[in-house]
Structure formats: structure tokens, C-alpha cells
Design a protein around this ligand. Structure first.
Ligand code: ADP
Ligand code: MG
Length: 447
């Protein structure tokens, strides 16, 4: 590749990227990159800091390979140079002591969704524990669980709870400095402040907080340098007994983050937010419908809840759609109307119907215990543990009220079932053998 060609390739690359990313992204990440030198086989790029380098490779490797020279292994052959001024002083320095707290800049103002308050959060067995932990933290920041780590699937109310803590503290502890950010925002702030040479100001801001609420920490995975800065902010706050709350789509142990950060995040309380059971889904449907002025007969609410079961956001979407339809046509909400408007949102359970009976048989075979013992009341470990596994599976796999499920286990209570489910779920985070046993039991059930 000729020198001129290489230069042209870079501009072609830029043109291609400009179409792919937003103007802000382009301005923040791509525009600061300068071509220093080009040769036939290599391009030398000057970047303001390591983050821009990482960003480029992480996000546009495919395009780099198509437009720029590659090495023998087919990787883009780029030599990165970090701009001089940055190299002279280390990017991150130790926290300065006793700096006065900076004035809050507009970009740091606290933004919370008005609807995400404890008041609007519907409780049920799947979220009661995490809700009360969140409430405890909001009532006594820095004095109960620290950090509080909330994890669970998409659309189950993690952000809702995080903002609820923010609202509550703002109202009840007016003097405390609270910030609520997404992990992406934290990374963007850091990049921004690196560009504007205001890293120290940013660090001072975050380290002067009394409460830091961080949403979606999974986005910190594979962002090594950002992780380091986050980790030191985290330590600085925790060491001063300042409250930290983190949400994530996975428990700490399953995140691809440094052992140090994982250990820090496990220091406090790790709480799971699960899929709401049928009754809670009905309560959520009724609550959201009422707020929209929509009346849904209970039978129809159950019908919706039976068909949309693993995501509260989808339930909300369903109510919005239903409300628009009914409002337009001035109709009553009946099962037929629901089927007509919502059927494409419905989730279908696997063909083969899993029952408590089939779970008990499978679990019994796996752990070598008799079904009648699993249904019985013996508390010896050899029987109680498989029974808990069976209860865990029943709650996971059968879309039925917890009360009904529990009674199919020889008249156990709904709280025994929840307790077993929690216990096994927690153990699954660290016990590979159990994970395998459960996987095999599930496979047996489906065949
Ligand atoms: P996540 O952050 O876990 O993906 P969100 O907190 O964004 O989920 O919740 C998705 C939507 O569902 C939000 O509009 C939220 O208000 C609503 N929601 C979730 N759980 C509940 C609940 N228990 N009660 C009321 N609304 C809920
Ligand atoms: Mg969220």
C-alpha cells in the first residue's frame, strides 16, 4: 500500500465511521484521533489517551481491518502514540486530601425518573427482599448494607429501585450529596474530562459524594482503564462510609471484572430481583392500568399475566397498547380484545408441560431419593436438599401461583418455597456441581 493510499484509507475509514455513529460520539471519540504517519504496512495514530485507543479497537475493529493495512495475523496494523501532554502526568493520581467540595456543575445535576419511587413499586415475593434492602439503605445511607448490589434480568425494576433510593434520600436527607449515573455516563464523563483536562475536578466531584448510585455496572466489563478509575472512586467512597448502590444484569461473581472489584462489590449485600410471580404480575397490571384510567376485570388481568411473564417492562407496554386501543374504539377490556391487541407480545411456555410431579420424579432420580420422601416432612439433609432443588425448579419452570405450587409439595407453605428458591439460587452462583445437576434435571424434564 502506498503512503498516499494509506492516508486516503484513513479518510475513507473516517467517512464510513461518521455515518455509523452519532455526532456526539464522533466528536468525543473519533475526531481527536490524528494520523501521524503512514507507511505501506502501518498507520501511526496519535490519540489523546488510552481510552480512545481502546474505544477505536473495541468498536470499529472490523472497519479498521477493511480500510487500513493489516499484519500477518489479519489484525489492523496500527501503532498508537499517546499525546505527549498526557504522558507527563499520570492520568489518575491519588485523591487529594481535604479539597473543598466543588460546586455542582449542571452536567452533574441529579436526574431521576419521576415515576421511579418506592411508592410506585409493587412488591411481591420476588422483589420484597431487595425492596426492603433498598429502603433500608435509603433510610440510613452508609449505615446498613454497603455497597448494596442489586442484580436481575432485564425489565424487572433495578433502575426503578435505584432511582427510588435517590428520590427518598433527596427528600429525607436533604444535606446529603447524591448522584445517580449509568455506567456508560460515568465512562463518558471520564473521557470528556480527560479531553478537557478536568479529570481532577471530576474525581473531586465523585469522591465528595455521600451517595453514589450506579446503574448497569455490566457495561464496565472489558473496559480495563475505566474499571481502575471506577474501582478507586468506589474504594475512596466506601472507606469514608459513603453509600454505594450498584445494579447489574448478573451477580458480581459472573461479571468479567477484576477480582479486586468483584470482591469489593461483594462486601456488602448482594440481592437478586427475580421474575414476579403470577399474583404480583396481576397487581402490577392493575396498578398500571388504574394509573391510565383503564379498568381491567380481574379475570382478564390474570389472562394477560399468564401470557406475559418475565419482564415488567413488557407488561407496561401491554397496558399502554391496550389503553390506546380501548381509548380509540371506546371498548371494554375483554379477553377477546386482549387477544386481538396483545397476542404478538404473548410468550409461550415450552410445549411439554412441566408439573410438580414430573419435577419430583426427575429430582428424585438425580439425587437418588423417593418421590414420597420429597413430598414428606423429613428434614435430613439427604432429603431436604433435593426437596429444595425441586421447589427451586418448580418456581422457575411452572407458571403457577406460589401457594398452589407449595401445596403440591405435600402441603408446604409458600414461604418455605420462597426460602428454598432463594437458598438454591444463591448456592448456584458458586456451586458448579449443583448447576450441572440442575441443568441435567431440566434436560430430563424436557425430553
Ligand atoms: P431494569 O432496570 O431491571 O431493566 P426497570 O427498573 O427499568 O428495569 O423497570 C422496567 C419498567 O417496569 C419500569 O417502567 C418500572 O417502573 C417497571 N417496574 C418494574 N418492576 C416494577 C414493580 N415491582 N412495580 C411497578 N413497576 C415496576
Ligand atoms: Mg435498568
Amino acid at each position: 500500500m502506498q503512503v498516499q493510499e494509506a492516508k486516503d484509507c484513513w479518510s475513507e475509514f473516517i467517512q464510513c465511521i461518521e455515518k455509523k455513529c452519532s455526532p456526539v460520539e464522533f466528536q468525543n471519540w473519533i475526531a481527536p484521533i490524528k494520523v501521524k504517519e503512514t507507511s505501506e504496512s502501518q498507520v501511526i495514530l496519535e490519540v489523546p489517551n488510552i481510552f480512545v485507543q481502546e474505544y477505536l479497537i473495541d468498536n470499529y475493529k472490523r472497519e479498521l481491518i477493511s480500510f487500513l493495512p493489516t499484519d500477518d495475523a489479519g489484525e489492523p496494523n496500527i501503532l498508537f502514540i499517546i499525546r505527549e501532554e498526557r504522558r507527563e502526568k499520570p492520568v489518575f493520581t491519588k485523591p487529594e486530601k481535604e479539597e473543598p467540595a466543588p460546586q455542582v456543575e449542571p452536567k452533574y445535576s441529579l436526574r431521576l425518573n419521576q415515576n421511579y419511587t418506592f411508592h410506585h413499586f409493587i412488591e411481591g415475593p420476588s422483589n420484597q427482599f431487595v425492596k426492603s434492602a433498598a429502603f433500608g439503605v435509603a433510610s440510613r445511607p452508609g449505615k446498613t448494607y454497603n455497597p448494596l448490589f442489586i442484580h436481575g434480568g432485564v425489565g424487572l425494576g433495578k433502575t426503578h429501585l435505584l432511582h427510588s433510593i435517590g428520590h427518598f434520600i433527596k427528600e429525607n436527607h436533604k444535606k446529603l450529596r447524591v448522584q445517580c449515573i449509568t455506567t456508560e455516563q460515568f465512562i463518558n464523563d471520564l473521557v470528556d474530562s480527560l479531553r478537557n483536562k478536568s479529570v481532577d475536578q471530576m474525581k473531586r466531584f465523585y469522591r465528595s459524594l455521600d451517595v453514589l448510585l450506579v446503574d448497569d455496572i455490566q457495561f464496565l466489563q472489558s473496559r480495563l482503564n475505566f474499571e481502575e478509575e471506577f474501582c478507586s472512586t468506589f474504594e475512596s467512597l466506601i472507606n469514608q462510609n459513603k453509600q454505594i448502590v450498584i445494579t447489574s444484569d448478573k451477580p458480581p461473581s459472573q461479571l468479567r471484572l477484576s477480582e479486586r472489584l468483584i470482591a469489593r462489590m461483594e462486601w456488602g449485600l448482594v440481592a437478586n430481583i427475580g421474575i414476579p410471580d403470577l399474583e404480583t404480575r396481576v397487581a402490577i397490571i392493575q396498578y398500571k392500568a388504574e394509573k391510565k384510567g383503564l379498568t381491567i376485570p380481574n379475570k382478564v388481568a390474570f389472562f394477560i399475566a399468564e401470557h406475559i411473564f418475565n419482564n415488567v417492562r413488557q407488561l407496561e407496554g401491554a397496558i399502554n397498547r391496550l389503553s390506546a386501543y380501548v381509548g380509540m374504539l371506546n371498548e371494554e377490556v375483554t379477553q377477546e380484545v386482549v387477544e386481538e391487541t396483545l397476542s404478538e407480545l404473548f410468550q409461550y411456555v415450552p410445549q411439554k408441560k412441566v408439573t410438580v410431579e414430573s419435577i419430583l420424579k426427575s429430582v428424585g432420580a438425580m439425587f437418588n431419593v423417593r418421590v414420597q420422601d420429597l413430598r414428606g416432612s423429613s428434614r435430613t439433609k439427604e432429603i431436604a436438599f433435593p426437596r429444595q432443588v425441586a421447589m427451586y425448579l418448580a418456581k422457575e419452570l411452572i407458571n403457577e401461583s406460589l401457594m398452589k405450587l407449595a401445596s403440591s409439595f405435600g402441603g408446604k407453605t409458600h414461604s418455605t418455597l420462597i426460602h428454598s428458591w432463594n437458598k438454591i439460587k444463591k448456592q448456584l452462583e458458586s456451586d458448579d456441581t449443583l448447576r450441572r445437576q440442575i441443568q441435567m434435571t431440566k434436560q430430563n424434564l424436557e425430553n
